[in-house]
Ligand binder design. Sequence first.
Ligand code: SIN
Length: 490
Amino acid sequence: MSLTLQRDDLLRSKHFIGGRWCEAASGARYDVEDPALARAFASVPDGGADDARAALESAHAAFPAWRAVPARDRSRILARWNALLLEHKEDLGKLISREQGKPLAEAIGEIAYAASYVEWFAAEAVRSYGDVIPPPVRGRQMFAVKEPVGVIAAISPWNFPAAMIARKIAPALAAGCTVVAKPAEDTPLTALALAKLAEEAGVPAGVLNLVTASRAHAPEVVDVWLADTRVRKLTFTGSTPVGRHLARASADTLKKLSLELGGNAPFIVFEDADLDAAVDGLMASKFRNGGQTCVCPNRVYVHDAVHDDFVQRLVKRVAALKVGPASDPVSQIGPLINARAVEKVERHVRDALSKGAQVVSGGEPLPALGPNYFQPTVLTGVTATMDCSCEETFGPVVPVSRFNDEGAVVAEANGTPYGLAAYFYTRDVRRIARLASALESGLIGINEGAVAAEAAPFGGIKASGYGREGSRYGIDEYMHIKYLCQGGLD
Ligand code: SIN
């Protein structure tokens, strides 16, 4: 099926380097697939080391002029980019749906989410204040000023093809950094369209550079950036093993790093919870993007006293979810990204069943719809040793376990190397204070399943990484502090 956009020129098929749209130096290209059909519908350059170097040269050359642009003017450019994203949200949403698979309404919602980060950092650009420090001796003035770190490399994931790259590029540009970026292999088209609109918004040539590459060639691109001291910061969203590799490989050049890595979020429902609110929160959080979200609940613990009631309400809602292609306006859950994702979900369900869990809803792939669909699924009787408790499933599966002791459930919730998001539902204010402190996690939803927002600091602890995106802290990830000491003033 063809892709019809109001603006055809938002379907880009080349790298964006130094303000030019160009092919890979090798001339190679790779196919972009529609996950609903597992069939190619577009192609982009398959970049390599030469393209990565060209992007880096441009970003490096553009840095002195961009950092000298007054913050107010950088802010205006970002504000225009935000306006263009919103103006073209339907076209951008169609690109997301086509290459990533999420339903169109959700994809358009993602554009609004991406734009909210651009709007936020347009405003932060003019507020990156430093400090005037009271001097300890006479005749001195002391200041702490914030400066852009330089060229930054951004590596973004496929699950939010617009929002994740926007929340890296926007603070970088706001801070006065220039950017080399590699969007995820599966979803390059949305990022290229975003770059086209950034160009129209007035981002100067060389300030933003995008190199696309297939899974096989992506390491060649990234290795160039990792090895080069001119790349001063790396920001990455993706898996913990890749994050560890990037941290190790950044050690020689001592890059500043932000790593938003895997999660394994607990979702705890206490006996005094508002069960309708808890089911709403779980549905919103778990089934956003079909469960392909780092912050979505991966382990659901329900108190014995309300377990059966909660599961009954949950199953009613899950069984009513409409699964189908993004192009069908009634679809609520699209396909998973690819065959490997389906295999992982199937493995988790199989493993749980073999260890004593029960399927109470779903549990099967949906080949009649296409190769990458899986039924929204609820499992009960889940225990800590099952794969679905130990690994991020990244699919539409809700694994439910029972508990009857607060201390034990907190220990189990924390019993993972990860610490990105955690959720709990209770009406007890003392318990809220206890869990808010005890849960080892970067984000906590308290009687709330949808926690992410441009105004909030997003990021993890433990094996979920470090650094924060969004909020007033987000721009600091792209700046360093310089201390100025002027003496001889008395
Ligand atoms: C993610 O899945 O990595 C990000 C999700 C979000 O921004 O809420």
